[in-house]
Design a protein around this ligand. Structure first.
Ligand code: 4AD
Ligand code: MG
Length: 502
């Protein structure tokens, strides 16, 4: 057996040649004479075909008794096979078992999300999680490339903080040698000081928020990238944000097509993500929410959801009937896998059906002045096929550092970017208040402790300039791009309000 290992991702260069793969058994089935073993090696999947008549008997027997996730090296002749996963197959000639696993807990049968989260250390190996991880990698790489190639300097901001950068209610306290510090909710304030030193800067790191919400959009630890730019206005920020997000999506389309396909992501919709994005003011968004168009849209959506529910129920019944009969094992496993997806889709659809009238009511009764709620964002974002900027929110609903609009003092020069298809906010940003007196007034109005913000106020004393920036949440961006409804699936080891598993 050759010592040289070939990666599954390189098989296209080995057609007609012998190759040795090193990996784990993802799935296997045997007819007694021929075994189909799908190997995964971290770069992809490859079906290996072992025929009893063609390989030493002891090897055939050893392979036949290997459990899911056993590790091995396997050698054979590579052939192109368009019907096989990945497009290539290995006609097995030899194998070396490295570790025989038995009773791997994650089987193709149904597992609840709780079970899978408890087994995240193993679940990372599953196709879905693996594809999401690959896309997350590209997103993060694209983020760094975009800023590095556009003249931004990376500034690492602290994680241990003396004061709040966002709402004080979501601070995590840390005992710091007897005094209290907080885990960083944002690097923005420190970044503003760096923008006055370097002009264009960004920070990128883990962010912590003690959010008391168990929604599909909230983690207590998430990754955020924040650019900050000196001499920029709101339009400049919107342009930066739409170019940035379009770049990330184009890089994922370039590098991750097969992963997107496996996940069933909407590739055509992603190809449509190009500047300019839609622009609405908050006041316009509120008019839309309270208007006829939304009422009609919600009613139509309810009809569609009920149709979807019926279709799912029908398919589940079909599959359950098949499962009750006599069918081949591979078909049984395939059906079981489809049933898992269908049951989770069914749950999703039911939740949406339940929420639809509540959300329609919230929208119809929305009062100018409140922050947009998750369901309001969902409605606006579902009505659009490309991301939407919502700008100029009421001052009372927003953070102290946002610049008061000089033409309308009730609103601030800020924006949220809502991803389309109901995914909601992926970016929050603003122009910063650059006037010393006005900033001080906001700090007092919001009853923040002045002494913590002395250094921040200094930036308005020594060469204050118009400046601004934004923060993009990595997990929400990955959720939107992959079409994954829950952001807990978009970080390898999620931390949520009610649960930290491993
Ligand atoms: O809108 P946010 O709170 O903005 C800030 O933190 C600003 N200081 C950023 C800036 O202007 N430099 O958060 C920015 C983004 C959100 O749009 C969202 O994508 C993500 O961070 N985010 C979360 N992601 C997951 N779980 C949570 N609990 C999140 N809270 C915010
Ligand atoms: Mg926000």
């Amino acid at each position: 057996m050759s010592d040289k290992i070939t990666l599954i991702s390189q098989l296209k260069d080995f057609v007609g040649k012998e190759a040795t793969l090193a990996g784990w058994i993802y799935q296997a089935r045997s007819s007694g004479k021929i075994q189909f073993i799908i190997i995964r090696d971290g770069t992809g999947l490859c079906q290996c075909v072992a025929e009893k008549a063609k390989i030493p008997e002891d090897i055939f027997n050893k392979l036949e008794h290997l459990g899911q996730e056993s590790s091995l090296k396997i050698t054979g002749l590579v052939r192109a096979e368009s019907r096989s996963v990945g497009g290539y197959e290995l006609a097995v000639t030899n194998a070396e078992i490295i570790h025989a696993a038995t009773d791997y807990p994650i089987t193709p049968k149904e597992h609840g999300i709780d079970f899978l989260l408890k087994h995240r250390h193993l679940h990372l190996r599953s196709q879905r999680q693996w594809c999401i991880g690959k896309i997350r990698h590209t997103v993060i790489d694209a983020i760094r490339r975009f800023f590095n190639d556009n003249g931004f300097t990376l500034i690492d901001t602290p994680i241990l903080m003396a004061a709040a950068g966002e709402e004080e209610q979501s601070l995590f306290e840390v005992d710091y040698f007897g005094s209290t510090l907080f885990l960083s909710q944002t690097g923005q304030l420190h970044l503003e000081s760096a923008a006055a030193a370097y002009g264009k800067v960004y920070c990128f790191g883990p962010t912590f928020r003690a959010e008391k919400s168990k929604t599909r959009r909230h983690l207590t630890e998430f990754w955020m990238v924040e650019p900050e730019v000196a001499f920029i206005d709101l339009n400049g920020l919107l342009e930066l944000a739409e170019n940035f997000v379009s770049f990330i999506v184009s890089r994922v389309l370039q590098d991750n097509k097969p992963h997107l396909e496996t996940l069933g992501a909407d590739i055509a919709a992603l190809e449509n993500i190009k500047p300019p994005f839609y622009r609405l003011t908050y006041t316009e968004a509120v008019e839309i929410l309270k208007g006829e168009k939304t009422a009609k849209f919600m009613a139509e959506q309810l009809i569609q959801l009920n149709q979807q529910k019926e279709q799912i129920e029908k398919r589940i019944a079909e599959l359950e009937a098949e499962q009750a009969g006599q069918i081949k094992q591979w078909k049984r496993d395939k059906n079981a896998a489809e049933l898992i997806t269908l049951r989770s889709d069914f749950e999703e659809v039911n939740i949406k059906i339940e929420n639809n009238p509540k959300h329609a009511k919230l929208a119809a009764e929305f009062n100018w002045g409140k922050d947009l709620g998750g369901s309001d964002e969902t409605i606006i974002s579902t009505m659009h096929d490309r991301p939407v900027f919502v700008t100029h929110y009421p001052k009372q609903a927003k953070a102290f550092y946002m610049k008061t609009d000089r033409d309308n003092k009730k609103v601030v020069q800020n924006f949220d970017m809502l991803a389309p298809k109901g995914f909601g906010e992926i970016i929050g940003g603003s122009v910063r208040e650059d006037d010393y007196e006005m900033l001080l007034k906001r700090i007092d109005e919001m009853r923040l402790k002045r002494e913590y913000y002395d250094w921040y106020l200094d930036l308005r004393k020594y060469g204050s300039v118009p400046h601004g920036g934004f923060g993009l949440g990595v997990e929400r961006t990955v959720a939107w791009i992959t079409g994954e409804p829950h952001i807990r699936q978009c970080i390898p080891f999620p931390r949520m309000m009610d649960k930290v598993y491993i």
